[in-house]
Design a binder for this molecule. Structure first.
Ligand SMILES: NC(=O)c1ccc[n+]([C@@H]2O[C@H](COP(=O)([O-])OP(=O)(O)OC[C@H]3O[C@@H](n4cnc5c(N)ncnc54)[C@H](OP(=O)(O)O)[C@@H]3O)[C@@H](O)[C@H]2O)c1
Length: 316
């Protein structure tokens, strides 16, 4: 049997990378084997991946030499950054540069860069419809990822640019689940008007990435957008109500109200939702459901995700 080709996975103990590691390992006839990168090979999550059969190695995206060691001998690399760990777009850009440099050094044959739109292409800093944040961004956690695309391109890396979507897990972990209003009724609050929000089960991102690695050349140099479904706030609320067996309303607020909520990242997320609302066709159009389903035949719909996960959504 031919030796399996190694895919080095950044963020392997997290949502996107973890999904990719599990997708590879669950395919017994795979031509690939995952190398899971983590800062702590002794953490419970790292040990869990080792138990599943992954090679687990130490690396930190802030340490380019550690990335070079971790990418050595690999044929593919999945690259992702961690904005919410530090809230710094500059740091995110530096981390993307470190991964691209290490991929070049290791001669990686196929890189997947988990990116998002640089919203400044549609909303220049001079556009006053949303505030400029951190001096030179409209949506800091999007813009630096989009800006970093050119780092991979300029180094001539064989890259697929993967545009991800809103994780439905945000309803569990990110404080975006239904909350009781003054009337005692549950509601989800999103500043999306009647526009559609592309969403996805986080685990499906890794499965789609695996589909891209399997297709190989066909996707090199391409931008691929993925989502499980495009749903309005009202449709999400209706699906939640059905799954939870109680009324859930959609609380549509203006983006400026969302920006003023005061939690860390509220302004960034307010601008992000406004971008998705005001550029619905661009944003949904870049995330084709059929493409995602072809890459990941078990791609979940919101209803299916809810059936599996409704009990994990914290309710007051
Ligand atoms: N939430 C959403 O809806 C959404 C949608 C699209 C895109 N995104 C983007 O997804 C990105 C995060 O990906 P994720 O959700 O897969 O992450 P995650 O689940 O938060 O996992 C992050 C993992 O990355 C590792 N990590 C953190 N800092 C690291 C460092 N300096 N070096 C190496 N590894 C490090 C950690 O592993 P160890 O502790 O084991 O090292 C952690 O387990 C963010 O940039 C975010 O903007 C999020």
């Amino acid at each position: 049997m031919a030796e399996k080709k190694i895919i080095a996975v950044v963020g392997a103990t997290g949502a996107q990378g973890g999904g990719l590691v599990r997708a590879i390992l669950s395919d017994a006839s795979s031509a690939f084997t995952p190398r899971a990168l983590t800062r702590d090979v002794n953490s419970d999550r790292a040990k869990e991946l080792a138990k599943l059969g992954a090679e687990v190695v130490a690396a930190d995206v802030d340490d380019v030499e550690s990335l070079k060691r971790a990418f050595k001998g690999a044929c593919g690399a999945f690259c992702v950054t961690f904005f919410w760990a530090h809230f710094s777009p500059e740091k995110e850009l530096a981390e993307a540069k470190a991964m691209a440099e290490a991929a070049k050094h290791a001669g990686i044959q196929h890189v997947i860069w988990s990116t998002l739109e640089d919203t400044r292409k549609w909303v220049p800093l001079s556009d006053s419809r949303m505030p400029t944040l951190m001096g030179k961004y409209k949506v800091p956690h999007f813009d630096a990822k989009g800006e970093a695309n050119q780092v991979f391109t300029e180094l001539g890396l064989p890259t697929t640019f993967l545009l991800t979507s809103f994780y439905w897990e945000n309803l569990i972990y990110f404080g975006m689940g239904p909350k009781k209003g003054p009337d005692g009724k549950l509601a989800i609050t999103l500043p999306m008007g009647d526009k559609k929000l592309p969403g996805i089960a986080a685990e499906d991102i890794g499965k789609c990435a695996y589909g891209i690695f399997k297709k190989g050349r066909e996707f090199i140099g391409k931008t691929v957008g993925i989502a499980g479904e495009h749903l309005t706030g009202a449709q999400m609320a209706a699906a939640l109500a059905k799954a939870l067996g109680q009324e859930v309303r959609y609380n549509d607020v203006p983006p400026e109200v969302y920006r003023s909520f005061g939690f860390p990242g509220a302004e960034d997320l307010g601008n992000m939702f406004q971008f998705k609302r005001d550029f619905e066709q661009v944003f949904c159009g870049a995330r084709n459901l059929d493409v995602a389903r072809a890459l990941d035949p078990s791609l979940q719909t919101f209803d299916r995700w809810l059936a599996q996960n409704k009990s994990r959504i914290p309710l007051e």
